[in-house]
Design a protein around this ligand. Structure first.
Ligand code: PMP
Length: 404
């Protein structure tokens, strides 16, 4: 399948707009991606034609909506090589990790160890800190090299008889590093630990087969995958989900309730208390259908080409420091400009119509590891073009001139 970025771009209405009198160059997709017309249309269609609450109705609209909602679960399952019963809808990647951490916490004892890495997003640090504070479990952070590569020997040395959980990102939202998760999962399993992978970034850029990776849990968000906000996915192996207690209580997650007793529904419904993100699930299903029409390896190659083009364009920029030079990294460029605060860099780029993120990227420990308080980040998606890569390079040189 040939890859035509301009044609794909035309499917995203928002990308036609101007910002500050300039064509929008959206390089903030790692924070949240824009939505193709197919996703917008699917959600609008549901609201205009077939919408009701799910699971509890006997009327036509309730049945149709339930079918669409459960249909989205099947699409997600097929997308990552799982069974529908192994897919839990949450409100985001963050909630998915919290759900697992809270559930596993019920089985942990003081002194049990959880291994993370230095490159985690706060979403994969803070829920484990809760367990440290409440239960006295010990958090260990596997170090990374100056290039931003996970140190495998050091990781191995952190695994021991008290390691209960290993939780790490498949792809760093700051460094772009893609971790060898199949190997890391095998190492963690050999030590008897459960494995949770934070796939919020990786799933956008790589086809994922959860059975091949063999992790116990894999989580991601809908909104970075060209779907809507308000929905995330927790994949869990059937036997692992069956072991987890409910996360929230409410309607639709029970077996039976009486004044004295309660039993719970089986997974995945055990973890979907209350009215779920119905429209968002339909939107995510549409995003997955839409991605299914693309050659995802060609998409990844395109994004990589854009990244390379930017790096070549910035080759002579001795005022630029890049965070993350891992071999095979994804198309994320985190950088600092000598003498300039990242927030100022982002604001000046915005004058040129270029949207980048600046700050800690919810990864303060990683920032500290690299000795910086913040960085700017340009992230590339399937709708970005070579013309935009060049605009960014040009605007960054002009931005730097303000500080020279
Ligand atoms: N993990 C990583 C690696 C991320 O990039 C993000 C989003 N920035 C999250 C977790 C959290 O995802 P969300 O905010 O969609 O819940």
């Amino acid at each position: 399948m040939a890859f035509d970025a301009e044609a794909i771009r035309a499917e995203f209405p928002i990308l036609a707009r101007q910002v500050n009198g300039k064509p929008l160059v959206y390089l903030d997709s790692a924070a949240s991606a824009q939505k193709p017309r197919a996703v917008i249309a699917a959600m609008t269609h549901a609201m205009e034609h077939s919408y009701a609450n799910v699971h509890r109705g006997l009327h036509t609209l309730a049945n149709e909506t339930t079918e669409a909602y459960e249909g989205a679960r099947k699409k997600v399952a097929a997308f990552i090589g799982a069974e529908p019963g192994e897919i839990v809808f949450t409100k985001g990647g963050t909630e998915a990790i919290n759900l697992v951490a809270a559930g596993l916490g019920a089985r942990l004892a003081p002194g049990d160890e959880i291994v993370l890495t230095e490159m985690e997003h706060h979403a994969n640090i803070v829920p484990w800190h809760f367990l440290r504070e409440r239960l006295g479990v010990v958090l260990k952070f596997a170090p990374i090299t100056d290039q931003g590569v996970l140190d495998l020997e050091a990781f191995q040395s952190l695994l021991g008889p008290r390691t209960r959980v290993v939780a790490l990102s498949h792809m760093s939202n700051v460094l772009g590093t893609i971790n060898p998760v199949t190997e890391l999962t095998a190492m963690a399993h050999a030590a008897g630990a459960l494995v949770l992978l934070d796939g919020c970034q990786a799933i956008v850029h790589k086809p994922i087969d959860v059975k091949a990776i063999d992790a116990d849990f894999y989580v991601f968000s809908g909104h970075k995958l060209y779907g809507p906000t308000g929905i995330g996915i927790l994949y869990g192996k059937a036997e692992r989900l069956a072991e987890l207690p409910p996360y929230q209580g409410g309607g639709e997650m029970i077996g039976q309730v009486s004044f004295d007793e309660i039993t719970y529904a089986d997974p995945p419904h055990r973890f979907e208390a209350g009215t779920p993100p119905i429209l968002e699930a339909i939107g995510l299903g549409a995003a997955i259908d839409w991605l299914g029409g693309l050659d995802r390896l060609a998409v990844a190659a395109h994004e990589h080409r854009l990244y390379q083009r930017v790096r070549e364009g910035l080759a002579g920029a001795n005022w630029l420091k890049v965070l993350g030079e891992a071999p095979g990294k994804g198309a994320i460029l985190s950088f600092t400009v000598d003498g300039a605060h990242a927030h100022d860099v982002a604001q000046i780029l915005d004058r040129y119509g270029i949207a980048v993120r600046a700050g800690t990227h919810c990864a303060e420990p990683l920032m500290r590891r690299f000795g910086v308080t913040s960085s700017a980040r340009a992230s590339f998606a399937l709708y970005n073009t070579e013309r935009e890569a060049d605009s960014f390079v040009d605007a960054l040189f002009k931005t730097q001139a303000f500080f020279a």
